[in-house]
Ligand binder design. Structure first.
Ligand code: CDP
Length: 219
């Protein structure tokens, strides 16, 4: 069996990595895993139980018992779930419980795909350190806050952009400061700063890097 072609996309909140991951998966016929959704899912299940995301044993138990089917109809994209996700994500037992699933997805991409795109915070550093291509996607905090506010505002009238900005900074700080698998750029990751890039331009830049890797693999 050929080694699956894995693309790792890491970066802070609302940097554009999720959109980019979906476009790249489509373009190259790869499976896509949004690993943030796993942490958001665990956070949502804890909040749904009336639990505290900072309760390490409860979070670990929920993560070990995690199943996507339990999330039918759940809105995991809210601010509260995002904040709770970054609390549970700092818990090493939660990370350990979700690691195998992510690695299996990369090693055996579903649907017979020849590879996978995984986006998150620690894909290039911990989950798939041998990924064929790695990107660290970022943008200025102001631009990221504007993007996230535009996503959330239609369903949250009255939501202030400044509140979204504060949330992002708090979450970035927590994600970067945690001891286990902090948000950091892998040494061999391409930096993709999307502050002044449209999604089309970011996609084109990523494709140039990936096509270069394909050419090197073929020659
Ligand atoms: O979509 P957004 O960029 O806001 O965040 P996300 O990718 O949905 O991830 C939500 C939270 O999960 C992050 O703030 C991280 O704390 C955590 N996470 C993580 O620790 N490791 C990952 N591989 C993915 C997400």
């Amino acid at each position: 069996m050929q080694t699956p072609f894995v693309i790792a996309l890491d970066g802070p909140a609302a940097s554009g990595k999720g959109t980019l991951a979906r476009l790249l998966a489509d373009r190259y016929g790869l499976a896509h895993l949004d690993t943030g959704a796993l942490y958001r899912g665990v956070a949502w299940l804890i909040l749904d139980l009336g639990g505290d995301p900072a309760d390490a044993d409860l979070a670990a138990a929920v993560a070990r018992d995690y199943a996507t089917e339990k999330l039918a109809g759940a809105d995991i994209r809210t601010r509260d779930v995002g904040a709770a996700a970054s609390i549970v994500a700092a818990n090493p037992k939660v990370r350990a419980a979700l690691l195998d699933f992510q690695r299996r997805f990369a090693k055996h991409p579903p649907g017979g795909a020849k590879g996978a795109v995984l986006d998150g915070r620690d894909i290039g550093t911990v989950v798939c350190p041998d990924a064929a291509v790695k990107f660290f996607v970022t943008a200025s905090p102001r631009v990221r806050a504007r993007r996230r506010w535009r996503e959330l505002a239609p369903s949250r009238p009255g939501l202030e952009e400044s509140a979204v900005y504060d949330d992002l900074l708090e979450r970035d700080a927590r994600d970067a400061a945690r001891a286990d698998a902090p948000l950091t750029r892998a040494d061999d990751a391409e930096l993709l700063d999307t502050t002044h890039l449209s999604i089309d331009a970011a996609f084109a830049a990523a494709c140039r890097v990936i096509d270069g890797v394909f050419r090197r693999c073929e020659s």
